[in-house]
Design a protein around this ligand. Structure first.
Ligand code: ADP
Ligand code: MG
Length: 253
């Protein structure tokens, strides 16, 4: 079985700023990887590379065995065309810090939009699945509500359900609870915990150490565009080996 994500020496720069300086890591199918690290260390950029939103400058990045951004023909690599990239991106769900739901659509319509418009699912089957997904994230009674009528935590759960409606093989989360009032964080983490239990492959950038400790198979500490250390949570969080990890953890724990 291919790793779901495999990074080999992934580098990314913006002009003269080197943001990723050779990232090596692997996420196996069904695994949850939590990425922690200070602001500016390149966490979001790395997720954006996985999701075809940024091109890597050097190294290789694979999703489910396929080189991101390229198609192989014989021994030659061809850059993917825009429509091919769009196609690939559908297989990956992404949830951002800010729940960017369609404001003029109900929760249910937010979930049925892409499956009907993009995947060509019938309205009836998309609605049925959307209803089930809203129930799974604890929002069965909010199907007809508009985003502005929902709390931040509820909106974020709709955003997760919306991503799941596309049947992704990989889910990326970029600080999904950082913009939420503290009392709303728990419900969102609970949905993510359940998703992990159900076997979804997930890469989660988070500052929620308790979540990382409980749910992650692997915790990766990034700083300054490199992976400083990676391993099971009980090692990286409880018994970090590097000074930089210790310093970071002492600030967030
Ligand atoms: P993190 O998510 O760990 O906080 P980011 O990946 O967002 O870090 O950013 C890493 C560095 O890259 C930061 O210095 C940021 O300012 C810079 N950066 C991110 N995106 C861009 C961009 N599109 N253009 C220029 N610089 C960027
Ligand atoms: Mg970020």
């Amino acid at each position: 079985m291919n790793p779901m994500v495999k990074a080999e020496g992934v580098c990314k720069r913006f002009g003269r700023l080197e943001v990723l300086k050779g990232i090596d890591l692997e996420v196996q199918p069904g695994e949850v990887m939590c990425v922690i690290g200070p602001s500016g260390s390149g966490k979001s950029t790395f997720l954006r590379c996985i999701n075809h939103l940024e091109k890597v400058d050097a190294g290789r990045l694979y999703v489910d065995g396929e080189l991101v951004g390229y198609r192989q023909k014989g021994d030659k690599l061809h850059e993917l065309r825009e429509n091919e990239v769009t196609h690939k991106r559908r297989e990956i769900g992404m949830v951002f810090q800010r729940f960017n739901l369609f404001p003029h659509k109900t929760a249910l319509e937010n979930l049925t939009e892409a499956p009907t418009q993009v995947l060509g699912e019938s309205k009836a089957s998309a609605r049925e699945r959307a209803t089930a997904l809203l129930a799974e994230v604890g929002l069965a009674d909010k199907a007809g509500s508009y985003p502005r009528q929902l709390s931040g935590g509820q909106q974020q759960r709709v955003a997760i359900a919306r991503a799941l409606a596309m049947r992704p093989k990989l889910m990326l989360f970029d600080e999904p609870t950082s913009a939420l009032d503290p009392e709303l964080v728990g419900d969102v983490l609970e949905v993510m915990r359940q998703l992990a239990k159900d076997g979804m492959t997930m890469v989660v950038v988070t500052h929620e150490m308790e979540f990382a400790r409980e749910v992650a198979d692997t915790v990766v500490f990034m700083d300054g565009g490199v992976v400083v250390e990676a391993g099971p949570p009980e090692r990286v969080i409880r018994d970090p080996q590097h000074e930089r990890t210790k310093a970071f953890l002492s600030r967030v724990l």
